[in-house]
Design a protein around this ligand. Structure first.
Ligand SMILES: NC(=O)c1ccc[n+]([C@@H]2O[C@H](COP(=O)([O-])OP(=O)(O)OC[C@H]3O[C@@H](n4cnc5c(N)ncnc54)[C@H](O)[C@@H]3O)[C@@H](O)[C@H]2O)c1
Ligand SMILES: O=C(O)[C@H](O)CO
Length: 329
């Protein structure tokens, strides 16, 4: 079968797919103009990869496509309605990356509060020439209030670390109440406004959807404590980035830890990169050797199952499965 593989997929998994199928791998190309990509797209029955924008425009050029297998849990790059309209299966890789992303989010919490990258730079620059003064003190993490927006798989894993490891009080806001999290971590369900006003750390970990796009802007930053630390591990577009810059510049909040940006890779002249109270990462939530491999493997399983007429374990649009089973491909 003809497969279009798009950055990022781990080599052993790509090699295994190549051994069974006719696979072309694409990286760093303009997907609207690259002739090889467009030619392969016109023949492909399956797509596997990360972050390829799959919308009606692309699908119009992919008449043979039957499945799109995302190597990520977030699937805001996929137009699910457009895929479903064409009876194309869509899958993602939930669960296996949860702990890895939660570790990274906690890394942002700790490194921002304790100013670890900033002080690492201070030591390496040879500036540590006398006993440290108050201006370099950080903020405690333990026993503080952590507000989690989006109490799903990753939100729960962050809460687990915060509750059991750091004796933090957990506040959360989600679309629905999560009684399991309330029982396991003594978490308190709040309105968004209440969470923003009370939390010492505000951690955003929702999917990017119509509802969550620009969910946190200047009004929300102004509701936070002046000592609040804001963490974004979700997607760059869940916040208004220029409002975050304004909130940090005007002292509405103390600091921020960011794994995601409005534009990725982030533009070198982005003002956030010049702020010592902002810890920045290049979207590495799931990027450990172990987890990236598991994600590619799971995405390959989803792809194979779908192509072979079996229900993929991580099917997003089950409506397509129902339609296929009524009418056949
Ligand atoms: N930084 C990274 O590298 C990285 C890695 C993995 C996932 N993510 C992001 O994290 C997201 C969450 O992943 P997950 O596995 O925890 O997903 P999940 O579906 O288990 O959890 C998402 C939670 O967000 C809540 N939510 C959705 N819309 C909301 C809204 N409007 N207001 C409040 N809460 C809302 C849902 O109720 C759910 O509890 C992904 O979709 C992805 O965008 C980022
Ligand atoms: O959504 C995810 O799985 C990650 O952000 C991909 O890198």
């Amino acid at each position: 079968m003809k497969i279009l593989a798009y950055e990022r997929i781990e080599k052993p998994v790509l090699d295994a797919l190549k051994a069974k199928h006719d696979v072309r791998f694409f990286k760093n190309i303009d997907t609207s103009t690259d002739p090889d990509f467009l030619n392969w797209l016109s023949k492909a029955e399956g797509i596997i990869g990360l972050d390829l924008t799959v919308n009606s425009e692309l699908l119009d050029k992919a008449p043979n496509l039957r499945i799109v297998s995302n190597v990520s849990v977030g699937y805001n790059n996929l137009d699910i309605a457009a895929l479903s309209k064409r009876n194309i299966l869509a899958t993602n890789t939930p669960g296996i990356l949860t702990d890895t992303v939660a570790d990274m989010a906690f890394g942002l919490i700790l490194s921002t509060a304790r100013r670890i990258p900033e002080l690492d730079h201070y030591v390496k620059a040879g500036s540590w020439t006398e006993s440290l003064t108050e201006e370099y003190y950080g903020t405690d993490v333990h026993h503080k209030k952590l507000g989690i927006i989006g109490m799903g798989r990753i939100g729960n894993a962050i809460a687990k670390r915060a509750h059991h490891g750091f004796d933090m009080d957990i506040l959360y806001h989600s679309r629905t109440r999560k009684t399991d999290a309330e029982e396991a971590f003594n978490a308190t369900y709040c309105s968004l406004n209440e969470l923003l006003a009370k939390a010492d750390f505000v951690c955003l970990i929702t999917p990017l959807t119509k509802e969550t796009t620009e969910m946190i802007g200047l009004k929300e930053f102004q509701q936070m404590k002046k000592s609040a630390i804001f963490i974004n591990a979700s997607r760059g577009k869940t916040i208004v980035e220029k409002d975050l810059i304004e909130a940090l510049q005007s002292g509405e909040i103390l600091a921020a830890g960011l794994d995601v940006f409005e534009q990725e890779p982030v533009e070198p002249n982005n003002k956030l990169l010049q702020m010592p109270n902002v810890v920045t990462l290049p979207h590495i939530g799931s990027s450990t050797r172990e987890t990236e491999l598991k994600m590619s493997e799971l995405a390959a399983v989803n792809l194979e199952e779908g192509l072979n007429g079996r229900k993929p374990p991580n099917l997003i649009n089950s409506v397509v499965w129902d339609a296929i089973n009524q009418n056949g491909y």
